[in-house]
Design a protein around this ligand. Structure first.
Ligand code: ZN
Length: 323
């Protein structure tokens, strides 16, 4: 297995957010008193992904308040985060199970319990009321930032309009459990709720904190609870055009511990010709299935048989055909 990536940023001290007037530890609100969007910003859904928590902590300290509606900030899996150890930084992703696979009513309402289910049940009322959710994550590898939109056009359009650049990745979620951003009304095609998941970059890179800060403020402006002039200096990165969204069609799953990419991919690469080898696994080439295949979140950091090593996708908007 690959060595953990170096830890270049120190974890935030969140102890000041433990007690909360909301009654839910590590959940804080900034309310305008004026009707408007119910925005939920979440970090630490995975306990070792604290670049987003640094951005959320800075937001709460910034004094920025919504012009309308309410902004709720939630540090989610704080029990896992509390176990973070820079010598084994991948070990604190969760305590008992992945917090981002429990968001189905049968699990949330069911009899089973775990550290993550307890926390999800405490946070669920905030998710239920949210009209807009931004869930801040980061990645094992130093990949370019990307926004995961799910498959509904309204989320793809919202992501494309943020001006963050990077990829918008259209995927249908995980077979092994429901993510928070796919929960209930967020997945209702007839609804109007917005839910995006940011993968800000490598977990412990400084650039991931900058990306999370940028997307957080742009999201608040996009929701209409802030105006761009409300954003304090130093939060925004330059406006960047959004490339066409990528629809995930395949997951490449490692069959052996001998899985190796042919290049140091960072995600977003477009492989021109079908049949091009992108990796070798158990002595066999792994080839792209179609022309103009886009690589999404390549990672061998957690390599073992059965683990997803890269997603493959198509750009949703092809060039206009000629003739
Ligand atoms: Zn994550």
């Amino acid at each position: 297995m690959a060595r953990p990536h170096p830890v270049d940023i120190a974890p935030p001290d969140l102890s000041g957010w433990a007690a909360s007037p909301t009654g839910v530890p590590y959940v804080h609100e900034r309310a305008s008193g004026v009707p408007g969007p119910e925005v939920l910003l979440t970090a630490l859904v995975h306990g070792n992904e604290y670049a987003g928590a640094l951005a959320l902590d800075a937001f709460l300290r910034s004094g920025v308040a919504p012009r309308c509606g309410r902004i709720t900030a939630a540090f989610c899996n704080v029990a896992a985060f509390a176990r973070f150890d820079p010598r084994t930084p991948d070990a604190s992703r969760f305590v008992d199970e992945d917090f981002n696979r429990v968001w189905s009513p049968d699990l949330l309402d069911g009899p089973r319990t775990s550290a993550e289910l307890q926390r999800a049940r405490a946070i669920r009322p905030l998710v239920d009321r949210a009209t807009h959710l931004l869930d801040l994550h980061s990645m094992h590898e130093p990949c370019a930032p990307l926004l995961v939109t799910g498959t509904l056009p309204r989320n793809i359009a919202f992501a494309q309009a943020l001006g963050t650049g990077g990829q918008a990745v259209v995927d249908a979620g995980h077979a092994d459990g429901v993510r928070m951003r796919d929960y209930g009304p967020f997945g209702d095609a007839a609804g109007d709720r917005i839910a995006l998941l940011l993968e800000a970059g490598q977990h412990w890179d400084r650039a991931s904190v900058s990306a999370a800060r940028n997307v957080l403020m742009r999201f608040l402006v996009g929701c209409g609870v802030l105006q761009r002039t409300d954003v304090p200096l130093g939060w925004l990165l330059p406006d960047a055009p959004a490339p066409a969204p990528v629809s995930v069609t395949h997951r490449v799953v490692a069959r052996s511990m001998q899985f190796e990419f042919v290049q140091d991919y960072r995600g977003g690469e477009t492989i021109r010709h079908a049949g091009t080898p992108i990796a070798h696994d158990a002595g066999e080439p792994v080839r792209t299935p179609y022309d103009d295949c886009v690589l999404v979140m390549p990672s061998v950091r957690q390599l073992r048989p059965g683990v997803t090593t890269v997603r493959l996708g198509r750009r949703a908007m092809a060039q206009a055909s000629v003739g």
